[in-house]
Design a protein around this ligand. Structure first.
Ligand code: HEC
Length: 248
């Protein structure tokens, strides 16, 4: 009797451990996009940062971006390195040939540790910390009516022109594959859905879908749309349509 009961309890324990292991599996690596900051004694104000990583076994490749307007060290660094469930270490080169080396501790969705960026005699040293961008809780289909009502505009001008450059990174297998934004020339509906999730309906002009390619916040792809360009205006027009619909 007693023995049988213990067996049941032990069985439940194993099942629970298995569930925990499975639940954690999706998060067991650093694959994903992150927002963060670089802080330090010699850094007057915290610098915004962003990153995307893709991990296969212990190998990591990705991009770490610092503000585009930061002298010498601003811009995107293509990095490679290694990660275990507890630690990440990556290094790589930025736009002016500056070299970034970063070792971080991983706690849940936070990566944090000392970074050193060096270019000949100047260097930037501080704590680089990232938090994983949470997965969206909706799939963007609540804005389908905006797409349906403006399909030609979206297909021809928004996707066909304004977002055309994004397809070179924001697609499977490419540099921004592990971000939450995929821009697919042959799948306008899924692209419209993804885009809608990056629209801030309360403050359309500060939507992430605009701020990233305009390089107003650190962007792993750097400056992709000039503020004065027809493409930027087209994208802004789309953002306003989505925002007016209050659908997201
Ligand atoms: C040269 C490659 C490249 C191009 C081209 C590019 N991006 Fe990116 N983008 C990245 C990388 C790398 C990241 C991840 C790091 C980051 O968040 O800055 C990223 C991140 C983003 C994010 C944040 C995604 C998330 O998960 O939060 C948005 C939004 C974005 N890009 C928009 C765009 C738009 C819109 C275009 C086209 C107008 C574009 N990007 C073109 C490389 C690129």
């Amino acid at each position: 009797m007693r023995h049988a009961r213990r067996m049941v309890v032990a069985g439940a324990g194993i099942a629970m451990a298995a569930c925990l292991a499975l639940g954690r599996e999706a998060r067991a690596d650093v694959t994903g996009s992150f927002d963060g900051s670089l802080t330090g004694k010699k850094i007057a104000q915290p610098l915004a940062a962003s990153a995307v990583f893709s991990q296969v076994d212990r190998g990591v490749s990705g991009t770490v971006a610092l503000p585009g307007d930061l002298a010498t060290f601003g811009g995107a660094y293509l990095v490679v390195g290694k990660a275990t469930p507890k630690r990440i270490k990556v290094s790589g080169t930025g736009p002016n040939g500056a070299r970034l080396v970063w070792k971080g501790k991983i706690v849940g969705d936070t990566l944090r540790g000392r970074a050193k960026v060096k270019l000949s005699k100047s260097k930037l040293i501080g704590t680089l910390a990232f938090t994983r961008n949470p997965a969206f809780t909706s799939d963007g289909s609540s804005c389908d009516a905006v797409y349906t009502a403006n399909q030609t505009f979206f297909d021809d001008q928004v996707l066909g022109q304004a977002l055309s450059v994004c397809t070179t990174c924001h697609a499977p297998g490419l540099q921004a594959a592990a971000t939450r934004l995929h821009v697919l020339a042959n799948d306008p509906l899924s692209t419209a859905r993804a885009v809608s999730l990056f629209v801030d309906s309360a403050n359309p002009s500060t939507s992430r879908i605009l701020e990233k390619p305009l390089n107003l916040v650190p962007h792993g792809g750097g400056l992709q749309l000039d503020a004065a360009s027809a493409e930027a205006q087209t994208l802004e027009q789309w953002v306003n349509l989505v925002a007016q619909a209050q659908c997201n």
